[in-house]
Design a protein around this ligand. Structure first.
Ligand SMILES: Cc1cc2nc3c(=O)[nH]c(=O)nc-3n(C[C@H](O)[C@H](O)[C@H](O)COP(=O)(O)O)c2cc1C
Length: 171
């Protein structure tokens, strides 16, 4: 094991790359957060900042970078959906995190019951009403009230750890 003196360390004001690397040690799932913009076009962004907040009332949150092309649509939309990706949706994660592509073109999606785009074949889908938006530095903290949740118990999650996609490992 590495000596503590040689371990990477972030302090206030130092290189934010080290902070990103430290945060990247927290393994997560991967979601695509979707809504319709004011023209009725589907919008979506890959996000792993998803967290459950409360069961009663049923609340969740996702953090959206203020410079994201989706930010204004997500903040303006009454409804959004969080699509939790499964192992084989890695191409969707890449597509929804890359600029200038038609993100929905190659993805099977439909209009969800509560007016947000839903990606087919997702591990789980949370359809939400916008509940609150909080300031979070360079991100907006978007809180949704879950109005519908569905999941496929037979699928495995797409994971993200240290900047790479991973799969579950079973002993
Ligand atoms: C695995 C993964 C997780 C990400 N999580 C977030 C996130 O939680 N919030 C966010 O704003 N961006 C996140 N991003 C980056 C956005 O997906 C990306 O910057 C964005 O889609 C850029 O395009 P846009 O400005 O057109 O939205 C993530 C990217 C990847 C690959």
């Amino acid at each position: 094991m590495a000596d503590d003196d040689t371990l990477p360390e972030y302090r206030t004001g130092s290189d934010s790359r080290t902070l990103r690397d430290a945060l990247g040690c927290f393994a997560t799932g991967v979601t695509v957060v979707t809504c319709f913009d004011s023209d009725g076009s589907p919008m979506g962004i890959t996000a792993n900042s998803f967290t459950s907040v409360s069961l009663d009332p049923p609340l969740l949150l996702v953090c959206i970078h203020k410079h994201s092309a989706c930010a204004s649509a997500l903040l303006a939309s009454e409804h959004f959906a969080v699509n939790v990706l499964q192992t084989w949706q890695q191409p969707a994660s890449i597509r929804f995190s890359t600029r200038q592509e038609d993100r929905f073109g190659a993805n099977d999606w439909s209009r969800g019951e509560f007016g947000a785009p839903v990606l087919q074949e997702s591990l789980s889908v949370f359809e939400c009403e916008r509940n609150a938006v909080h300031e979070g530095g360079d991100h907006h903290i978007l809180i949704g009230r879950v109005v519908k949740a569905s999941f496929n118990p037979e699928l495995d999650p797409l994971l993200y750890f240290r900047g790479k996609y991973r799969r579950l490992h079973f002993d």
